[in-house]
Design a protein around this ligand. Structure first.
Ligand SMILES: Nc1ncnc2c1ncn2[C@@H]1O[C@H](COP(=O)(O)OP(=O)(O)OP(=O)(O)O)[C@@H](O)[C@H]1O
Length: 302
């Protein structure tokens, strides 16, 4: 019998039929879910929906071609993101991951369907949602690490007393291990340190939802692995809801309580999986097997 967590994932209908390969993946994750004694319970198991995507379709004008022609980036995606979960969107390059994430933040409009945050339509960016990007240039170059975080805090809570703002900024800088660089400017930081600062800034404003678009994509392998572990650790503080986009299978399995696998473009849901291996790689051999299976699932047919 599959366990509760797996049934919850199966409730979300993928928008494309599962292949035989996918069915095997189900078996693997379902069995592991019930067998794994150390399994970290998904905090989203309480099933409280925070961000709801209903039948979302996103189209862009085709770059060239006849007038009115469109590119469909995302097609009929429906998904409920639960409060306090780390939800990973995984898929091949160009399948619409970033587009879907950007729409969740209200940065681009839907062509069809709806996105709601706590039951209210998401139509434009709001303070409830913060995005962290892959590139290293999201910090204000003329401000120090501390001042970058303080700046965000001032935007979020304009009336917060100066001392409290400073203290809060230092707390989050410390949380990401950047205290020694507190007074440094972005151009003096490594790529990993810049991402740490961006993450400190994002966490410091206590967003309802943190949207992370391949934030470690530009890091070397060692720093990337380190940052994944850090993210799991930092998430424990406050447990924000995180939607994390990646095309890296190991990263997905290490970070996501649930993993949504997308098809090649136009992006649809291929599978939605509960992941019992979150935070356990690289020492969890079953997790490594799941990584291999997922990787195979992403290899294009033919
Ligand atoms: N502003 C735009 N105008 C036209 N087409 C766009 C636009 N943004 C994205 N697209 C197209 O939508 C599709 C999905 O792009 P998207 O960036 O969401 O994919 P992705 O899965 O995030 O890819 P990657 O992993 O390479 O970042 C692609 O075909 C892309 O060319």
């Amino acid at each position: 019998m599959v366990d509760q967590a797996f049934r919850a994932a199966a409730d979300e209908r993928p928008s494309v039929p599962a292949s035989e390969k996918d069915a095997n993946m189900n078996d693997i994750l379902a069995v592991r879910t019930s067998e794994s004694p150390q399994r970290a319970a998904s905090p989203g198991e309480a099933n409280e929906t925070l961000l709801s995507v209903r039948d979302a379709t996103i189209q862009f004008p085709a770059p060239k071609g006849r007038k009115g022609a469109v590119v469909t980036a995302v097609k009929n995606v429906s998904i409920d993101i639960r409060r306090a979960e780390k939800f990973v969107i995984l898929g091949p390059s160009g399948c619409g991951k970033s587009t879907l994430l950007t729409a969740m933040g209200g940065f681009i409009p839907l062509s069809g369907g709806a996105i709601e945050l706590e039951g209210r339509p998401v139509r434009k960016p709001s303070m409830q949602t913060v995005m962290v990007f892959q590139d290293f240039f999201q910090l204000l170059p003329w401000k120090t690490v501390r001042a970058n975080v303080e700046f965000a805090l001032r935007q979020r809570w304009p009336r917060m007393p100066r001392g409290e703002r400073r203290e809060r900024a230092e707390h989050f800088v410390d949380l990401v291990g950047l205290s020694p660089q507190l007074n440094q400017y972005p151009h003096t930081l490594s790529g990993g340190q810049k991402q740490r600062c961006a993450i400190a800034r994002a966490f410091s404003v206590s967003p309802e939802v943190l949207l992370m678009d391949e934030p470690f994509g530009a890091l070397d392998a060692i720093n990337r692995e380190r940052m994944q572990g850090e993210l799991n650790r930092i998430w424990e503080e406050g447990r924000p809801t995180i939607v994390f986009v990646t095309h890296d299978v190991t990263e997905a399995v290490h970070l996501g309580h649930r993993i949504m696998v997308m098809t090649e473009g136009p992006g649809q849901i291929r599978r939605l999986l509960d992941n019992p291996h979150v935070g356990m790689l690289p020492y969890d051999t079953q997790g490594q097997e799941s990584v291999a299976e997922l990787r195979e699932m992403l290899i294009p047919a033919g």
